[in-house]
Design a protein. Sequence first.
Length: 323
Amino acid sequence: MKEVKIGFIGCGGNANGHMNRLAEIEGARVVAVCDVQAERAQSAAEKHNTDAYTAHQELLERDDLDAVYLSLPVFAHGEPELDVIARDLPFFVEKPVAINMDIALMIEEELMTTGLITCVGYQLRYLGSTQITRQILKDRTINMAVGKYWCSTGHGDPNAWLRQMNKSGGQLVEQATHTIDMMRYMCGEVETVYAMQANRFLKETDCPDANSVTLQFASGAVGSLTATWAYAGDWSNANVLDLLYEDEILNWNPSRVSVQEDGEWVDKTEPGPTIDEVFVNAVRSGDASPILSPYSDAVKTLEISLAANLSAQEKRLVEISSL
């Protein structure tokens, strides 16, 4: 089995989760890590017995890399991706792919002629509950999708980049992008967006803590999403979808899909591959077809989040094509 040697740009919490999973994949090895915070890079390097850098350009000078993970804050995307593309290396990048469409489209354009394998961290697409739901909905008419992402991550240090609108894009861009992506994956492309936002409780930040979004899908289906990170409860109300199709309904969350059979509610799930396994195997084989979230697709999910923010700011309907 060909060994896939991987470099990491960014060593935060999400990056460490990926490193831990890669350590369990036969034939995958992290050979270099980089973070602008030297202590964080060194800690990851010691844990995974690899080399540490503080400048991603130095990491990319290595000649033993087969692929790169980019696990960066939203505002830091752009130059690192372009540098990885210039090195002609496949890459995995965390969601969302950029803070604005200009950066995302610039990277997408650079990728167009390369044929590079890319994968974006929309890991919910690979879950057993997701694939079962897709099979149930196949060839069925979806009437309406209702999603929610309620959690508590808006609490905490108001000076953290996550809680600064110009650095994170707020909850719809940085976090509820997962739910938006699942609505796209289940129901197809979105044509228009109308949103309302408010800051009702977390007054120390400039990010909305209440979001209500209405979506019109190209298929004719309609959707709605509510998102808040001011909720202080558990995570059971995050990434939840009710999907109404024809005269039936199902409820999806990452752990299972609940459907009615013979008048009884039945929970269904099955094992699925991790997104890291899918990416490593794609790099090893050169076959990108199992990747469900390539860069160009993830740009479309980003568009919806940004359109919702723009709609709320300008109090108008926003057509996705206008972005």
